[in-house]
Design a protein around this ligand. Structure first.
Ligand SMILES: [Zn+2]
Length: 208
């Protein structure tokens, strides 16, 4: 069975949810240093009998998912225990560790969803993944792209608003004018917020 391939937004969500700190050594670290540790080792997926025993020892349900936020924690590469294949025995400390991760799972999942929404339904993240794998897009190019998308959107909104305004003035309809004005201002504010979030994401992902 192949290793789970983490999407950047999942690593990012884990990093934010755990306060930008390594789960094992508690030191702050940059997003680019984040690797994902499986508390219950992933290689057990290749050995269902052993996995069953381990889940039983840890008092976990058989529906427990190895590849889920319930079992993922952000860690330095050198702190990530997966380099070894030791299964730690189900000591009270390990059970507490799993409980700590479980308590963060919902928040991490919500964080992931928030990131996806903020960067236009995965479009930007998908492009980032491909571009970063090929090493083809620089941070400056990303920023330019986000700024230009934003400017285009504002331009469209402004043009629409000017057309509407003319129409309302001809009709002498003050109420329709005010309602529509408020709507356009809201849409522009949303565009601004999304641009800022996307820029923040690129800043954190690509660093300096
Ligand atoms: Zn660490």
């Amino acid at each position: 069975m192949g290793k789970y391939k983490f999407r950047p937004e999942q690593r990012y969500a884990l990093w934010l949810t755990y306060g930008k700190k390594c789960f094992w050594c508690s030191e702050p670290f940059s997003f680019r240093e984040v690797t994902v540790d499986h508390i219950i080792p992933e290689y057990l997926l290749d050995d269902p009998d052993k996995l069953k025993i381990v889940l039983h020892d840890y008092r976990l349900d058989t529906s427990f998912s190895i590849n889920d936020y319930c079992n993922w924690a952000p860690a330095h590469n050198h702190c990530n225990r997966e380099k070894g294949t030791t299964i730690y025995s189900a000591s009270p400390a390990m059970i507490t560790t799993l409980e700590r991760v479980r308590q963060k799972a919902t928040a991490a999942k919500l964080e992931e969803e928030k990131i996806i929404r903020a960067v236009h339904n995965d479009k930007l993240l998908g492009k980032y993944e491909i571009a970063s794998k090929r090493g083809k897009i620089s941070k400056a190019e990303w920023v330019a792209k986000i700024e230009s998308d934003h400017d285009k959107r504002i331009l469209v909104l402004e043009n629409e608003w000017h057309q509407k305004k003319e129409e309302f003035l001809r009709q002498n309809d003050a109420i329709a004018y005010l309602k529509t004005k408020r709507k356009f201002e809201g849409a522009m504010a949303v565009a601004q917020i999304e641009r800022d979030l996307a820029l923040k994401y690129i800043e954190d992902v690509l660093g300096e």
